[in-house]
Design a protein around this ligand. Sequence first.
Ligand SMILES: *[C@@H]1O[C@H](CO)[C@@H](O)[C@H](O)[C@H]1NC(C)=O
Ligand SMILES: *[C@@H]1O[C@H](CO)[C@@H](O)[C@H](O)[C@H]1NC(C)=O
Ligand SMILES: *[C@@H]1O[C@H](CO)[C@@H](O)[C@H](O)[C@H]1NC(C)=O
Length: 572
Amino acid sequence: MHSLGLSVLLALPVIHASTSMGRSMVVHERLEAIPTGFVAHGSAPGHQSLSLRLALVSNNLVGLEDALMAVSTPGSARYGQFLTKEEVETFVAPSQSSVDAVTTYLSAHGLNATPFSPAGDWLSLDLTVTQANTIFDTQFSTFAHVETGAKSVRALQYSIPTALRGHLDFVHPTITFPHPINHGPVLSTPLSKGAATSRSSNSNAVPASCKQAITPACLQALYGIPTAKATQSSSVLGVSGLAGSFANRADLHAFLEAFRPDLSPSTTFAIQSVDNGKADQNISQAGREADLDIQYTVGVASGVPVTFITVGPSETIETPNEFIASLQNLMTFLLGERNPPTVLTTSYGLDEVFISQPLATSLCNAYMQLGARGTSIIFASGDGGVSGGHTENCTQFNPTFPSVCPYVTSVGATTGVPETAAYFSSGGFSNHFAAPTYQRGAVADYMAKLGGANRGLFNASGRAWPDVAAQGNNFLIVNQGQTRLIGGTSASAPTFASVIALLNDELVAAGKRPLGFLNPFLYSTGKSAMNDITTGNNPGCNTDGFPAMEGWDPVTGLGTPNFAALRKAVGL
Ligand SMILES: *[C@@H]1O[C@H](CO)[C@@H](O)[C@H](O)[C@H]1NC(C)=O
Ligand SMILES: *[C@@H]1O[C@H](CO)[C@@H](O)[C@H](O)[C@H]1NC(C)=O
Ligand SMILES: *[C@@H]1O[C@H](CO)[C@@H](O)[C@H](O)[C@H]1NC(C)=O
């Protein structure tokens, strides 16, 4: 629930009485209480090893944001002139004085941190609990997540030397607890053999079967997505493989045979492994989420090279499902790549309230960096309507992270033919991120029509999401050899990503640049290329949620893609 006392008091201006090596310490981050759902199991053993991550203050993120907007806003003189890896790192690197201040403090305690992000803004520090307790004037404790029993070592507050303020942004993991992640699918029904007979067709008429079950042919017909194969091998569509869900090649083969008979069923995907991430091809290990993500990228973005990027568990054994670490490790990997994918789709997220604002901001800045390099970053908006992943009786709407990051494109869900908003499509307003300029007009128009509905349940000045939508209900997939119906914004995100990947392919074939960060385009020249969804709503927290309306709304964003209109809007 929102009222779980996760409010963070950052850099509380109170000088602690205690000192460390004669330095005055100041409380840097603190929780008021143990987050709901966790219990304390006493102090962590002093000899236990910890892997901490230290975020240093970057020297010029404002400059990077200006650059991102300049290369992503149609009509700007620099539109499409994406930054190189080195140019991005110049903005993101900490100043030498920050590096020196932190290094000096650590070495006075016999400790040595090593950079692990390409720009050097993140350091990793291996030490014992005793050492961590000393240098951050804290008490690391063991906590258990009640529902899953998962143990983690966290601190309810920690301090840093006053001399490090303005240099050391924050330390993780400390006050952000490892909550289980929310991800689709919302429903998953096995189908009896022979029930799924939909075939690809080149006709623009939407097959009648699409009212019951969505296949690639339905999406092609609904959105005018071309069936012809892409021609450019340079533009890769990346699929985030998180949470131990593995995409299976045999399932994809069976899916293509059944639902894309016009493509070779041996069309497959590449696998990239981050942190020893696996993609076990034993059919019993095939994940529904990963199979869905792969089948609706390979099966919709015809001929586009697709890479399943599978991220291993983080090295801290104490925190098995360290979702935040895996998001960060994925970004660290991609930012280090010379040629990252031009589209990246991710169908995972967690309630924003579970991640501290500094940590959320830092991760969001990694998306800003990749966007400036020219990658379109796409996230599912979440499947709990306005309640997010909270099944309890929420008293506030729950935004989903990373969808609320202003540098990603969040995709909500529609259902039916003709399309209406899907009830589970998460959307609303962030408490961590302010509304970015590119969406202010669209959101103000909605707020004027909404009137006072839901007042007090959401933060009207926050970044509003989702940005767009796509079908997300009753998708046919093959999982572990069985045809199933599944749904969620987990289906919408790869669908939208495929549309963008196909547009990129045509742009590159025409000698133009790929689209990169999409939102400044979507909210300006792209907006009229979307099918506006004006019916449906996303209930939750004992409310009807938000209604879809004409124009942007916090259920379906600007609407679903119209490929022919998008082609024109991007200048093809
Ligand atoms: C696949 O996984 C199942 C269940 O874990 C196991 O019984 C089987 O031996 C595995 N097959 C192979 C070829 O590894
Ligand atoms: C939600 O509220 C209802 C009615 O007040 C109550 O019966 C139920 O126990 C609550 N559920 C949780 C998980 O708190
Ligand atoms: C509402 O959003 C704004 C902008 O992001 C933020 O400054 C403010 O702290 C938020 N309010 C609450 C109560 O979270």
